[in-house]
Design a protein around this ligand. Sequence first.
Ligand SMILES: NC(=O)c1ccc[n+]([C@@H]2O[C@H](COP(=O)([O-])OP(=O)(O)OC[C@H]3O[C@@H](n4cnc5c(N)ncnc54)[C@H](O)[C@@H]3O)[C@@H](O)[C@H]2O)c1
Length: 372
Amino acid sequence: MRIGSVKEIKNNEFRVGLTPDNVKAYVSHGHEVFIEKGAGIGSGFTDEEYLHAGAKLMDHAKEVWDTVEMMVKVKEPLEEEYPYFHDGLILYTYLHLAADKPQMDALLEGKIKGVAYETLQEKDGSLPLLIPMSQIAGRLSIQEGAKYLERTFGGRGVLLAGVPGTPKANVVILGGGTVGTNACKIAVGMGANVTVIDISLKRLAQLEDQFGFRIQTLVSTDANIENAVKNADLVVGAVLIPGKATPKLFKKQYLKGMKPGAVFVDVAVDQGGCGETTKVTTHDNPIFIEEGIVHYCVGNMPGAVPRTSTIALTNATLQYGLQIADKGLEKAALDNPAIALAINTYDGKLTCKNVADSFEGYEYTKIESVLA
Ligand SMILES: NC(=O)c1ccc[n+]([C@@H]2O[C@H](COP(=O)([O-])OP(=O)(O)OC[C@H]3O[C@@H](n4cnc5c(N)ncnc54)[C@H](O)[C@@H]3O)[C@@H](O)[C@H]2O)c1
């Protein structure tokens, strides 16, 4: 198969769909890989590395789009890219169609086989192409929180671990899933006092098994959250109820009772956030202060570390990409239901139920009926 990747053109997006190591893997399976010149620079991969890996470099994105049978990207295509669509092209990337009707219409009209990272789901319900980004955001939440606790940024001026003879910082993590567990790892590793609050007792038990008595676990109630945040130096929002807006567990009225200069990192901001005072911020301007509490609410936190993010994402996307390239999308999807679930659009048909349910007047077609 002819496979390719282009430079991402979305504002502040420095990740890339294929690394030089990915190129080597596709080439070793007998495929041809085409890369737009400079596509990997934002993630620290040079054109020479792609060449050595066996890729063919092209000067312009259009040439790559025109040449390939499968385009591997990170972000959804933007309007400027729609004219490059060609009948039957496999587009393997994050699509997030439920929030983007113009893109959905363009994919249907262009008869694109749209394979979305975010709906690729394994039998156990896990979403393997979302997990790496949650791992990164969770780990970053403590790094960013530690930075904004510094006085220069309006923080309390405390060091997470303290030093002998001084109090350690108190870190409260709301939600103990992938983001929360990764935040917990780093906070424990940095020597803070850590409290994790979750609605699931099973999840709390798993966390206690993992971290032993180094953490405090609490069940999620308004009273427990209010009490815990009163003494917190850093609060991390990591709650998710799949398919629903995040519950506003961190209430505005709690801010007055907190220590001035404490930091709130709301990782869940991309689903609406779990703070009543949460407002989306960007890497250019990541924080604001309300009631003396520093708020960090960046919706695409992994963008801060594009090299790690690219490697983590492509570690997860490669195995499914190879199945598609080796067998063709149709056979790969018939053999592996996780890939079938990722197909959102196929030959002008909308094949993802959740996306179809998000809009009126769009008919849902079961992917199995198209592939059969
Ligand atoms: N800002 C970013 O850049 C970024 C990056 C990755 C993920 N995220 C977001 O982070 C959030 C968390 O993602 P995740 O992968 O950890 O999800 P997850 O499903 O692994 O974990 C969510 C946790 O929230 C818990 N929860 C649900 N309701 C709760 C309640 N009322 N009180 C306490 N806990 C509750 C669940 O039991 C679960 O353990 C999501 O909104 C995700 O989209 C943001």
